[in-house]
Write a protein that binds this ligand. Sequence first.
Ligand code: GRG
Length: 294
Amino acid sequence: MDFSGRLANQVSRIDRGIDRLLPAIDANPGRLHEAMRYSIQAGGKRLRPVLLLAAAELLDPDERTDPLPAAVAAECVHTYSLIHDDLPCMDNDDLRRGRPTCHKAFDEATALLAGDALLTHAFLLLGRNYRSELGLSLVRELATAADSQHLIGGQMDDLLAEKNAALSEPQLQSIHLRKTAAMIEASLVMGGLIGGANQGEVLNTLRRGGRSLGLAFQIVDDILDSTGDAATLGKTPGKDARAGKATFVRLFGLDASRKIAEEHSTSAASAFASLPGDTSFLVAIAQALVMRDK
Ligand code: GRG
């Protein structure tokens, strides 16, 4: 099967998993579950769960342990971060995944709780579906990526850096590594753990590839913010410039930013290519991410 067919298959497998593993809308309180499903079932590229499944499948093609609950858990944490990021006290955005943001479609309190509930549900999925040592490793990995020194810490520093266009490249890269790359790295490592990798070279390589991929992905996000349109992106473009934010585009310009993104994507692809098994799908994802238009 070609790359886009394989990707579409994985995305629809993840979408079915989300539908099965999220609380039902008619479970009480229905409004909360409706808001959780509204945001997580609005589409999205499903990058993190796709990477998790790809890493698991690479190491264990027969998938003796089902990686889908962990893939859904990663998407729950990611969607929580988007809902909270869009709130009036943060980015105050109206559009996400081509729809009104959660607090616009519902209300602010419901959106806050929907994000909280998605974050909590992620860890329930790991606790329910993975036993003993593996479960503990998955919880540790996902919690670290989402913690105050990674996802949330990156968001904090990003907020503090608003109106500070003079941020240096290392400072900007540190924010990207925590806010964006940590979740991408964790998704790959969780897939590796489920596929049977313990410590050692394979997990280190997934981490290294994940960090490079995360940087490439965020730089392309900065580029799309300055060149894309709302209809294609499904979110409001031009926000970085309006917020006076330092971005790769602002620091280096569009052409150099594209080149830097390509370098990170090439590093990610060569890390993945050095892993055991059929690495073609993971390598193709790393290459495709720099060509994306949303
Ligand atoms: C509020 C805890 C908290 C964290 C917010 C994720 C995040 C941190 C902010 C969202 C804004 C942003 C540009 C984050 C960088 C990561 C990123 C590029 C998110 C968008 O991910 P995509 O493009 O979104 O994978 P879809 O909708 O396709 O899943």
